[in-house]
Design a protein around this ligand. Structure first.
Ligand SMILES: C[S@@+](CC[C@H](N)C(=O)[O-])C[C@H]1O[C@@H](n2cnc3c(N)ncnc32)[C@H](O)[C@@H]1O
Length: 313
């Protein structure tokens, strides 16, 4: 018997950011390790690595009963372990094997829809096949490039572009603010995009010499977007700066209509400044998300694509 009359949502968080996630979600009916159960749908929760919508909570007796419930609700299921891990895995053994989640960037073929389930206790299954992220629970399974990029920052941009579901194209244009040593610039130029890297510090030499890369050795805040002849396709920023300063920069670029898509890292300091994050979130068509590869920072997307919103809810 499922509790169909009331709505349930599950928010997946990172253990270090459960406090932030609880604050954003507001009404929380249970916290199970990194999962928050709530009757509320808060589409703007930035600290949710994934959101499970229309969660079914169902008591069950046997492993096969639980497996049958899942089989009748979808094809592929990912077990998100919190407790009763062995029992959850026994259920998994009765389900169809998941396709490989590992991938190079950009993804060669789209993943099929994958539902997620967990055991809230020994006899209670919670599951959903309507989720925000394509990869289960918002994790990333990239096969890393350990040769070309000068640091691991490239993983943030790989993730951001993948969940945005929009890949830069050859001959598009990009500004990469706070680009050095050049991980993001490397990602863009490898896709054939013409990148202008902007930083007060130098680019790694190997990156500076790559095709499609030019370098402006100056502050990102001194750029005047109204001076551009045509809008650029991508504005990227990973500048280490206070969120207030980045917000002013964003407004300037949005008002000038100077960039078609923006992906910017908002660096957080100490206690999370929700008032500041709310200002970013309140910009029409914007989305703020804590990525799997984000540390003490969140990522700002503008404009958000459908892939960043829970469809039809
Ligand atoms: C986290 S690093 C960027 C890493 C880079 N995205 C990558 O993939 O290699 C932050 C960068 O912001 C730069 N930065 C700080 N203030 C800046 C400013 N006013 N204008 C441009 N760059 C700035 C720093 O020099 C530093 O290179």
């Amino acid at each position: 018997m499922s509790s169909a009359s009331s709505h349930h949502y599950i928010y997946v968080g990172k253990p270090a950011y459960i406090k932030e996630l609880s604050q954003e979600v507001g009404s929380v009916s249970g916290i199970y390790n990194d999962l928050l159960l709530s009757p509320n749908l808060v589409k703007t929760a930035a600290f949710a690595l994934d959101i499970w919508a229309d969660v079914v909570i169902s008591p069950f007796e046997s492993i096969s009963q639980a497996a049958n419930l899942l089989k009748s609700a979808g094809v592929y299921w990912y077990f998100h372990p919190i407790e009763n891990v062995r029992r959850g895995k026994l259920i998994q053994e009765q389900l169809r094997s998941l396709p490989s989640l590992e991938s190079t960037f950009p993804l060669k073929k789209p993943l099929p829809p994958i539902g997620c389930y967990t055991l809230l206790d020994r006899h209670t299954l919670a599951y959903s096949n309507k989720r925000l992220k394509k990869w289960p629970s918002g994790h990333c399974y990239f096969i890393e490039d350990k040769v070309n990029p000068p640091n691991r920052a490239y993983l943030k941009l790989w993730e951001a572009l993948t969940i945005l579901d929009k890949i830069p194209q050859p001959n598009q244009t990009a500004f990469d603010l706070g680009a050095s040593p050049g991980g993001w610039t490397y990602v863009m130029q490898a896709l054939g995009t013409k990148v202008t890297a902007v930083d007060k510090a130098p680019l790694d030499k190997k990156i500076a010499n790559l095709p499609n890369v030019s370098f402006l050795n100056q502050s990102a805040f001194a750029l005047d977007p109204t001076q551009l002849d045509t809008p650029i396709d991508w504005l990227l920023s990973d500048v280490a700066c206070y969120p207030e300063r980045l917000y002013e920069l964003v407004l300037k670029w949005i008002e000038a209509k100077a960039a078609k898509s923006m992906i910017l890292t908002i660096k957080l300091q100490g206690e999370t400044d929700f008032a500041m994050l709310d200002k970013f979130k309140a910009l029409p068509n914007a989305r703020v998300l804590h990525l799997f590869n984000n540390k003490h920072e969140v990522t700002f997307f503008y404009p958000a694509t459908d892939a960043l919103l829970l469809p039809s809810l």
